[in-house]
Design a binder for this molecule. Structure first.
Ligand SMILES: [Zn+2]
Length: 141
């Protein structure tokens, strides 16, 4: 409901209940998880076969392109998107991502990209997920 009110396109992709895979692309017609064998859809007793079925888990995917286009749609947010070019870095203080060594290294290795202030850098940050189906809580990334 909240996502719909943003006015951005949302793609819903069924997922395995356990989290092994997405029913997407070549796998979008599968009825069972190809890793654990769990059923894709909830079984409703007495349901007619042609009725829309409900998946155990669904991923809501928000494509990045319309989100970035929206950020550049107003003068206020456009200014924020290129703020990293105009702000002053305080020596020895890392307050913003553009103050970090990784950002500076990226700019040095990709100067053509770095000179365009409207270019967007994307990074991935996660806190507490278990790769390779490790359910042991003592290991987390
Ligand atoms: Zn599975």
């Amino acid at each position: 409901m909240l996502i719909r009110e943003l006015g951005l396109p949302v793609e819903k992709i069924d997922a395995c209940k356990v989290g092994c895979m997405l029913f997407w692309k070549d796998d979008k017609h599968l009825e069972f998880c190809k890793f654990c064998g769990h059923a894709r859809y909830k079984h409703v007793k007495g349901q007619k076969p042609r009725r829309k079925r409900s998946a155990y888990a669904t991923l809501q995917y928000l494509s990045i392109t319309p989100r970035l286009q929206r950020l550049y749609a107003s003068n206020t947010t456009t200014e924020h998107m290129s703020w990293h070019v105009t702000h002053k870095t305080e020596n020895g203080v890392m307050r913003y991502p553009s103050d970090a060594e990784a950002w500076k290294y990226f700019d040095e290795t990709h100067p053509d990209f770095a000179t365009e202030p409207c270019n967007v850098r994307l990074s991935l940050c996660a806190d507490g997920f278990a790769p390779h189906r490790q359910y042991d809580k003592s290991y987390s990334c």
